[in-house]
Design a protein around this ligand. Structure first.
Ligand SMILES: Nc1ncnc2c1ncn2[C@@H]1O[C@H](COP(=O)(O)OP(=O)(O)OP(=O)(O)O)[C@@H](O)[C@H]1O
Ligand SMILES: [Mg+2]
Length: 718
């Protein structure tokens, strides 16, 4: 037991938590009591238990408990679907690891993705025959489904990092499981270094690192030669097919392939990998149409899976495929259309065919021009192998790669780069500073980020006044780290009382933190555009978002049905609900930090300008200037950009502030609001010290403004 290693602890009767053997319990007439709920186990419990006991993880149970008893860290690898995520936390619970003496502690299991945290928590709650949110819960950004009772907590790696800010030794937990460690997300990489340090100071803390085979050795070395446990899988061979020619349109090729499989291959579900919500929804619509067009074939049920999908809809991926449409007819088939979430974190049984177009959305960062963007990029060989493996879960399967074999061998990278090597490190540095780690150069990163990227982050935080010139956290920086937001958005909220618009900034921040609120179905494009037009503010998209939020709230206070409002106005109801929730949480953080809730009177002509000034206070580093040649250049970095077609701005303002840089066929800036040159100089004088600017029209114009000679080049909407 875990407690044995802590002096003076009381042993807890292990048999109390021993899972009853499914068969024995069935033959025994004596009812077994669930120690967690103190109720009799339900029939469903035994049903699931029988399935659980067949998972490969169960064979490794004893060995695992032996290793974790003797070692502080255990590295664990195992085939997908072997029961790592769902079973191992339960083994620890049954063995009493949630108790340290008579103190109840928690077992934390991190997940890189929100969806996985939610889905796994639900599954484990079912397996333990308890309610989600009671003994088993999850914690993701802006959603806490745990209670004081929770002892098994599935949380995103980012949330564990946030917990470390207030509880640096992670005293709440007796065991931490870093799941999907090979995914090497930003937060997991920081957690590696952090937990390594915490374990030195807390010999009672246990760590389980779950990883894919190829990274295991590296992790073992990093964690002072931790032992490795390999859970053998029971996967089946997967035959791989390539296209003979490169596909021009991978979406079209994917649709064609799915339909072909459906029409000609034996029974078995399909998993198709696409890159994002919009693409996935479009593909699902198309496949549904296809299915209704051929009633003589079996039904084809398309189920989407992406991170912003609500939990209930996510669960649909586990539903069995439909039966025949008519007696004796061909059986139906399920096709799950997913982002790379389905590549690792979530295992879906019954998949026999995988369609892999070879792309995923990935974050890229260029420190030289300080641009971070999501880019649809080719996957790595490791990813492709992982995707293919998903077809062999229940029986031999097939994987259709929509690229040539030559492209696979010559063009794909061996492995995906860890996120820390391709991200803006602003949040990481702010987090580390808040955690009291000052010596960033000697922080024990598994893969240290490039010095230039680190410098860029320090520089940005210094401009935001989150770090002083010595690199120490300022009071504002300390506050900014409290927000689960990027440092610029946090800065905007912290400064909002000064601009008398905290209420409005809260709404805008919330709207910026949720998936796109505007829906634009292809067949109703014009109607959707008209609807959006009714909310559009000519000064900028941030203000349009605010208008939408206001209209929505207005509707709610009038007691009207918000779903109807959303439907009528081509607004995503889920996003709006989530924005409300996010706003509430951010508001609580602001109140905790004693930041005042203020608004300018709506009739005051400064109402909107104040909001725009406040946007500048956070995002002064994301501004573009209109050149005489009629295109925009980002200030200081001089990148040519264009306003994204989704913008509501119909003219070309001289100065625009943007929320996002989007790299596609060209460089777009998205969510744009017009600002004034004078404001840049007033609000961010150290960044707009034009002496540091490269020669440019923006520089000339700012110099003119500084000299007080200039008139604005174009009329400004105020
Ligand atoms: N929500 C669910 N509904 C039904 N069955 C599930 C659910 N989640 C998991 N399972 C079952 O439990 C098994 C083990 O899943 P688990 O997620 O623990 O595997 P894993 O070893 O963590 O896999 P991976 O490497 O893919 O993360 C799955 O193969 C599946 O049969
Ligand atoms: Mg898992």
């Amino acid at each position: 037991m875990a407690g044995e290693e802590v002096p003076g602890t009381v042993k807890r009767p292990a048999e109390l938590y021993e899972t009853p053997d499914a068969k024995k319990a069935k033959t025994d007439n004596e009812p077994k009591i669930n120690p967690l709920t103190e109720r009799e186990y339900s029939d469903r419990y035994y049903e699931i238990l029988q399935k659980r006991q067949k998972l490969p993880a169960w064979e490794a149970r004893k060995e695992f408990l032996k290793l974790i008893k003797r070692n502080q860290t255990v590295v664990l690898v195992g085939e997908t679907g072997s029961g790592k995520t769902t079973q191992l936390p339960q083994f620890l619970l049954e063995a009493g690891y949630h108790m340290q003496g008579d103190k109840s502690k928690g077992i934390a299991c991190t997940q890189p993705r929100r969806v996985a945290a939610m889905s796994v928590a639900q599954r484990v709650a079912d397996e333990l025959d308890t309610f989600l949110g009671a003994h088993v819960g999850y914690l993701i950004r802006f959603e806490d489904k745990t209670s004081p009772e929770t002892i098994l907590k599935f949380l995103t790696d980012g949330m564990l990092l946030r917990e470390a800010m207030t509880d640096p030794l992670l005293t709440k937990y007796s065991v931490i499981i870093l799941d999907e460690a090979h995914e090497r997300t930003l937060a997991t990489d920081v957690l590696f270094g952090l937990i390594k340090e915490v374990m030195r100071r807390r010999p009672d803390l246990k760590l389980v690192v779950m990883s894919a085979t190829m990274d295991a050795q590296k992790m073992q070395g990093y964690f002072d030669n931790a032992p490795l446990l390999n859970i053998p899988g029971r996967t089946h061979p997967v035959e791989i097919f390539y296209t003979s020619e490169p596909e021009r349109d991978y979406l079209e090729a994917a649709m064609r392939t799915v339909v072909q499989i459906h029409n000609s291959e034996p029974e078995g579900d399909i998993l198709l990998f696409l890159t994002g919500e919009e693409e996935i929804e479009q593909a699902c619509r198309q496949l549904r149409k296809e299915s209704s067009r051929n009633p003589e074939n079996g039904e084809l049920v398309a189920v989407p899976l992406y991170s912003s999908l609500p939990p209930l809809q996510q669960q649909r991926i586990f539903e069995p495929p439909p039966g025949p449409r008519f007696p004796g007819g061909p059986p139906g088939r399920k096709v799950v259309v997913a982002t790379n979430i389905a590549e690792t974190s979530i295992t879906i049984d019954g998949i026999v065919y995988v369609v892999d177009p070879g792309f995923a959305k990935q974050k890229v960062y260029n420190p030289r021009i300080r641009v971070e963007s999501l880019l649809v990029s080719p996957v790595s060989k490791a990813s492709a192998a992982q995707r293919a493996g998903r077809a062999g879960r229940t029986r031999p399967g097939k994987c259709f790669r929509l690229y040539t074999e030559k492209a696979f061998t010559t063009e794909l990278a061996e492995q995906t780069y860890p996120e820390i090597l391709r991200s803006n490190l602003g949040v990481v540095v702010l987090t580390l500073k808040k955690l009291g780690i000052d010596d960033l150069v000697h922080f024990d990163f598994l893969d240290p980020p490039a010095p230039e990227t680190m410098m860029r982050a320090l520089e940005m935080l210094n401009f935001l006044n989150h770090l002083n010139d010595d690199g120490d956290l300022t009071d504002a920086g300390d506050q900014a780290a409290e927000f689960p937001l990027d440092p610029q958005l946090a800065k905007m909220l912290i400064d909002s009382p000064k601009f008398k618009c905290s209420n409005e900034m809260l709404s805008i921040s919330a709207m910026l933190s949720v998936p796109n609120v505007f829906v634009r179905p292809k067949e109703f494009g014009k109607e959707a555009d008209d609807a959006k037009g009714r909310f559009t503010h000519l000064d900028g998209d941030h203000l349009t978002l605010l208008n939408v939020f206001h209209a929505y709230k207005q509707y709610l206070t009038e007691g009207a049905d918000p779903t109807q409002f959303c439907f009528d106005n081509y607004i995503n109801a889920r996003s709006m609900k989530s924005a409300e929730n996010v706003r509430e949480q951010l508001k609580r953080t602001m109140e905790r930090l004693n930041l005042q809730m203020l608004s300018t009177d709506f009739r005051d002509k400064e109402y909107y300008p104040n909001i725009r000034r406040c946007l500048v206070a956070g995002y002064f580093m994301q501004v573009a200037h209109l050149e005489k040649s009629n295109h925009y250049l980002t200030v200081r970095d001089n990148q040519v950009v264009a306003l994204h077609p989704s913008t509501g701005i119909t003219h070309k303002p001289e100065w625009v502030l943007y929320h996002e840089f989007v790299l596609t066929s060209k460089n777009f800036i998205r969510t744009v609001t017009q600002v004034r040159g004078e404001w840049l100089l007033e609000i961010a004088p150290s960044y707009y010290d034009v002496r540091n600017f490269p020669k440019s029209e923006a520089r000339n114009q700012l110099e003119r403004l500084q000299a007080g000679k200039s008139k604005p080049q174009q009329p400004q909407h105020q």
